[in-house]
Write a protein that binds this ligand. Structure first.
Ligand code: M6R
Length: 605
């Protein structure tokens, strides 16, 4: 959940660390800090607040000149948001930063920390104490001895007082990537922090120590032997991870959707039907599949809800969509004839990863729909279908969601082809419909001025409801999470027919209801539900297809998407919901990209 960076090289460490932290800030922004090392000293600067506060603090003091250091941006887990709890932590000769949770920290404190005065409430300071207690001049020995005692998840970057110019790193579950470029050696929680220097990097394997000096980024195993690196390359560059003139990453990412969708879909199409030969997903994988489970969290899980509708309708396989944090502790009924699709933008979400591991244990065939190349979920899934959205930095997921839906559409078509539930002609037609819906995203983007104006009526809302039926209900779930996470308005998504079973008692004069009614098969039912809420004074914001006839009396605002097939409406309609959330948040004067209490990748439980 936190962002970490380490550097050793010819550049000024302070600058590299701060620049890297700015790129990693989306992983946590409660507090930030850096430690720089020279032959003479280790200097720590840390503060509550985000990286701009740290920058100010660094600007106000005379810092040492150093070419090696570590930096951290925190999302608080153990201990409140205080300067003492901010990283780096220092005990004896050890200074370190940490992403993860040490579950047995109390026991370690009891066993090894007697008589030591701790300055923070963090598990990290206790880990620092343990490293220090095992350190007698041999850093790698101290690291192996320490991690043997730790339970939980961690990515550590460690400085030893008497070894200047060197950063030692080790990880378990929490991610770390590293690179060596002409400016020196780098390590970080993800590639966005390194992209200013290189597009080539490697994932630090678990159970391996990474050693960074100005001359190398080297992996060592327990015996001290060098471990071969598996190099990866990202196609996007530094500019893709910048705001490029947009006020917020979220808005930029909303506008990147036409390209992201195209990049995800185009490479998979051969003779107008999806083909996963390049991904090395043979058709034989799908042949024996008798049921599908889709497992994910948050927005990715909502994409799964759309996938369920598509697969059940076209492939006639039963599909369960599961919240990963529930699935991992449940007793799922799955076997080798089950296809478990795990969806994750980051590829690092801890509950999704644990679910993937459980599914593999139960012998299911696993397929990851993942955006971040080389991420843990991508590496551990039997098969991977990458979405090519490019870096998504805003906490609120936008382009990752629509490309996940597109990937699920492709998967549905291939499954239908293999299972022969649709003929080639039908699949070709389906693909044309998908393309049409992707084209319609541009039309939704043109609605931004009207959406911005409309959101004036939402600024003071306390509660808000999204309603829809079928695939529109699945989309309502996404609209609701988007709005609440960045505007802090309480919102809920309801299957429109379910309202009468309780929730309608909450609809009173002026309560906003966003009604998504794009499905022709249930349109008249939706209109009745809208009438019901209108009759109770709701302020109705309606989303339909252009051709759908609605009386003026049932809505206050009306946005439309073009005439496209029912199953493909979520892609353009999602864009309208994203813009509603974005402008509502802006009107409420909030930081759209960094909503309170949230971080982009949830890598701790
Ligand atoms: O990286 P993942 O796709 O696995 O992340 C899953 C959720 O944490 C994520 O979609 C979250 O719900 C978003 N902040 C919603 O906008």
């Amino acid at each position: 959940m936190c962002g970490i960076i380490g550097y050793s090289g010819r550049l000024e460490a302070k600058q590299v660390l701060v620049n890297g932290l700015e790129q990693l800030e989306y992983r946590g922004y409660d507090s930030a800090g850096i430690a720089q090392i020279t032959k003479e000293t280790i200097e720590i600067t840390k503060t509550t607040g985000n990286v701009s506060v740290l920058k100010r603090k660094l600007g106000e003091k005379e810092t040492i000149a150093s070419h090696c250091g570590i930096g951290h941006t925190r999302w608080a887990t153990h201990g409140g948001v205080t300067e003492e709890n901010a990283h780096p932590h220092q005990v004896g000769k050890v200074t370190l930063i940490h992403n993860g949770i040490i579950e047995n920290y109390k026991k370690i404190r009891e066993d090894y920390g007697k008589g030591i005065l701790f300055h923070s409430q963090t598990d990290t300071e206790i880990a620092a104490m343990l490293f220090d207690s095992f350190y007698h001049g041999n850093p790698e020995e101290a690291i192996w001895n320490t991690v043997a005692k730790l339970e939980g998840s961690y990515a550590f970057c460690i400085l030893f007082e008497d070894i200047p110019n060197t950063v030692y790193c080790i990880r378990k579950i929490s991610p770390l990537v590293a690179a060596y470029a002409k400016e020196g050696a780098f390590v970080a929680s993800d590639i966005t922090a390194l992209i200013a220097y290189t597009q080539d990097y490697f994932v630090v394997p678990e159970d391996t120590i990474l050693v960074l000096t100005d001359e190398k980024a080297e992996l060592h195993n327990r015996k001290g032997n060098i471990v071969e690196k598996e190099m990866l390359h990202v196609k996007w560059d530094f500019t893709a991870a910048q705001k490029n003139g947009y006020p917020y990453y979220m808005l930029k990412e909303i506008y990147e959707q036409p390209e992201a969708l195209w990049n995800t879909v185009a490479p998979r199409i051969k003779e107008d039907i999806p083909d996963f030969e390049e991904e090395q997903i043979p058709d034989s994988v799908f042949e024996s599949i008798k049921q599908v489970k889709i497992v994910a969290c948050g927005t990715a899980m909502h994409a799964g809800l759309i996938g369920k509708v598509l697969i059940e309708k076209r492939v006639r396989l039963s599909v369960g969509v599961e919240i990963a944090s529930e699935f991992r502790y449940a007793s799922p009924i799955i076997d080798s004839n089950t296809l478990v699709i795990v969806i994750s933008q980051s590829g690092e979400t801890i509950d999704t990863l644990a679910s993937l591991r459980l599914a593999k244990e139960l012998k299911a065939v696993t397929l990851g729909i993942v955006n971040v190349k080389g991420s843990t979920i991508a590496r551990e899934s039997d098969y991977v279908l990458y979405t090519h959205a490019g870096p998504e930095i805003a906490v609120a997921s936008t382009k990752a969601y629509t490309v996940q839906i597109a990937a699920l559409c492709l998967l549905t078509m291939r499954l239908a082809f293999v299972k022969k539930t649709l003929g080639r002609g039908e699949i070709t037609r389906d693909f044309a419909l998908l393309k049409e819906s992707m084209e319609c995203v541009k039309r939704s983007l043109l609605l931004e001025p009207q959406i911005q104006e409309m959101t004036a009526c939402l600024t003071d809302a306390r509660d808000l409801f999204f309603i829809g039926r079928g695939i529109d209900y699945a989309l309502s779930c996404e609209g609701s999470i988007k709005l609440k996470e960045i505007s802090y308005i309480h919102s809920e998504a309801y299957a429109a027919g379910e309202l009468k079973h309780g929730t309608i008692s909450l609809i009173t004069e002026g309560v906003p209801v966003i009604a998504i009614a794009t499905q022709e098969s249930v349109f008249s039912k939706m209109v009745s539900n809208i009438r019901e809420v209108k009759a109770r004074g709701a302020l109705v914001i309606l989303i339909t297809k252009e051709s759908m006839q609605v009386e003026d009396s049932i809505f206050d605002y009306h946005f439309t998407i073009p005439e496209i097939a029912d199953d493909y409406t979520p892609i353009p309609a999602a864009v309208i919901l994203q813009l509603i959330a974005y402008h509502t948040s802006l009107r409420r004067g909030l930081n759209v990209d960094q909503p309170r209490n949230l971080a982009k990748s949830v890598t701790v439980e």
